[in-house]
Design a binder for this molecule. Structure first.
Ligand SMILES: [Zn+2]
Ligand SMILES: [Zn+2]
Length: 172
């Protein structure tokens, strides 16, 4: 019997946190495009560099949203119980959901089941971070960190550009 691969945790708090995360990412994009970008490029007439640096931020945002969605919609458990049974090892049984409990598995009260190699239940991605989706979660953190570092860098250059214009007295 084929099992549906669709995975989504029906937790209202998690869904609201997840929507809030998307709003924050889109707000960061809006701030970069409307406020930071014009100041960043104020002394740069080159259209090629404008396209390159703007596209870089757009791609980081796109990848951040993609990895966030992938973390949320991925089942954190990679292999099914049969794989563990056939491996011949001994496992504990969860006292709450009665499923097999290999090493580093924990029962999540939000997902209502045991998660293998559970890191934590993250409401910001509305899912547990476990053995199968930790790579997407780490990628999400990487893209968000890159967006933040890039924004600080671009805003600093923008402020520097503003200061130069103010001290030289050229109107803008
Ligand atoms: Zn359990
Ligand atoms: Zn969970």
């Amino acid at each position: 019997m084929s099992k549906s691969n669709f995975w989504f945790v029906k937790d209202l708090g998690g869904i609201l946190c997840c929507i809030f995360t998307w709003i924050l990412i889109l707000f960061a994009l809006f701030t970069f495009l409307i406020v930071v970008r014009p100041l960043f490029f104020i002394n740069s007439p080159e259209i090629k560099s404008k396209i390159f640096y703007t596209s870089l931020y757009l791609f980081l945002t796109l990848f951040a949203i993609f990895s966030h969605t992938k973390t949320m919609l991925s089942d954190p458990n990679e292999s099914n119980q049969d794989t563990f049974l056939s491996s011949g090892r001994k496992y504990l049984v969860c006292s709450i959901c009665s499923s097999l409990k290999p090493a580093r598995a924990h029962h999540c009260s939000v997902c209502k089941r045991c998660i293998r190699k559970m890191d934590h239940h993250c409401p910001w991605v509305n899912n547990c971070v476990g053995e199968a989706n930790i790579k997407y979660f780490l990628l999400f953190l990487f893209y968000i960190a890159s967006m933040s570092i890039y924004s600080v860098f671009a805003a600093s250059i923008g402020l520097l550009n503003l200061t130069k214009i103010e001290t030289s007295g050229i109107p803008y």
